[in-house]
Design a protein around this ligand. Structure first.
Ligand code: DQA
Length: 148
């Protein structure tokens, strides 16, 4: 795996101040710094992005799929509503690990369904910023096991 694309959806730009009891106090830039350090250790190129707009996320998933990059995707609330993101993953063949900071299953029932899980390699949730680290480790480990 030459590259990892970390794609963040709506309101994740507010991390640090947004509902800290649910999402923690680390900013998105703080998460990016941790992921960047681990990617550098492994010689993996990192593309780390955030948008509040569903179409941007569709474009970026397609881009990652075309590039054969591993994807860590926190689609925020679009996780629970977006058929377009489901289709983007399926149509582009992007290798996606779905992540969430919070344990969505311990929250409101409208957060229990995901349109993405069925087309993701796997799902990691509930570990705060560590969810991103664990998703990256999963992609690294899968990529190494494919090579050997
Ligand atoms: C989230 C969970 C979603 O339900 C919510 O809409 C978010 C963040 C998480 O990381 O826990 O924006 O994806």
């Amino acid at each position: 795996m030459k590259a990892v694309h970390v794609i963040n959806g709506p309101n994740l730009n507010l991390l640090g101040t947004r509902e800290p009891a649910t999402y923690g106090t680390l900013t998105l830039a703080g998460i990016e710094a941790r992921i960047a350090a681990r990617c550098a250790q492994e010689g993996i190129d990192l593309v780390f992005r955030q948008s509040n707009h569903e179409g941007d996320l569709v474009d970026w998933i397609q881009e990652a799929g075309a590039a054969g990059a591993g994807v860590v995707l926190n689609a925020g609330a679009y996780t629970h509503t977006s058929i377009a993101l489901h289709d983007a993953i399926r149509g582009s063949g992007a290798q996606v690990v779905e992540v969430h900071l919070s344990n969505v299953h311990a929250r409101e029932s409208f957060r229990h369904a995901s349109t993405l899980s069925s087309v993701a390699i796997g799902v990691i949730l509930g570990f705060g910023a560590l969810s991103y680290d664990l998703a990256l480790e999963a992609l690294i480990s899968l990529s190494k096991s494919k090579k050997s």
